[in-house]
Write a protein of this length. Structure first.
Length: 233
């Protein structure tokens, strides 16, 4: 992608075109999932980030041909639904129980000296509740509706797609914003000197969970949902 094109499309579109750019945005602490509708210029101004530096990193990346299998925007929507469910939903469902236990445990043990952990545990409990229902609705309502429209252009399923995506986009905003807050509360998961083994494991899992959530939400907000809404026209 030419550098001048960065000025005409959103961050989410940049990552949808070349998924490798997600690493550049992550390293610069730029949200490419929930905040993906903003332009690079707008985001850099808001965050006080050197736009020229980011554009240079993106240009260096663009000079290298992408590897096979990374062009998610070219995938068929039903296949993308299955990929998201089998990869990201499975990861979330496997990880949520441990993180709920660990965040509550370190808040109980270390919360007096590190009161931010109490807020982290509270926020993650809310994330857990929200995501469990969100994933269930996607798997039982939205994804089947997308596959139904692809198969037979079912009118009722088109209406379902519109209503579900409208609501689910807001749910993404909550989960992404809550994880951003946890990131800030923990100073980007920086461990204090008195951290125990459970403390260290919890922060590592939280960071991995946030990384996965960014990719998960990007695939839905910037590729799956726009593609599904086109089916309703």
């Amino acid at each position: 992608m030419e550098t001048e094109n960065y000025k005409t499309i959103s961050i989410g579109e940049i990552v949808a075109i070349d998924f490798r750019t997600a690493s550049v945005f992550k390293n610069n602490r730029i949200d490419f999932c929930c905040g993906g509708k903003k332009s690079l210029e707008e985001t850099c101004l808001e965050l006080g980030i050197d736009q020229a530096k980011v554009e240079h990193e993106l240009s260096e990346l663009a000079a290298t041909p992408p590897g096979p299998g990374q062009n998610f925007s070219s995938w068929k929507l039903d296949f993308l639904c299955d990929y998201i469910q089998n990869t990201h939903h499975t990861y979330v469902l496997n990880t949520l129980p441990d993180l709920c236990i660990y965040t509550a445990k370190i808040a109980a043990v270390h919360g007096e000296r590190h009161p931010e952990l109490i807020e982290v545990a509270s926020l993650f409990a809310k994330i857990n509740k929200e995501l469990l229902q969100h994933l269930k609705n996607e798997e039982e309502v939205l994804f089947p509706a997308i596959k139904s429209v692809l198969a037979n252009k079912d009118h009722e399923s088109k209406a379902t797609i519109i209503s579900e995506i409208t609501r689910m986009t807001g749910e993404h905003e909550f989960a992404g914003g809550a994880m951003d807050t946890i990131n800030q509360l923990t100073n980007h998961y920086k461990l204090p000197e008195d951290s125990c083994g459970t403390y260290q494991v919890t922060f590592k899992l939280l960071e991995q969970f946030e990384d996965d959530l960014h990719i998960h939400v990007h695939l839905e907000n910037n590729i799956l949902y726009p593609g599904a809404l086109k089916l309703t026209n």
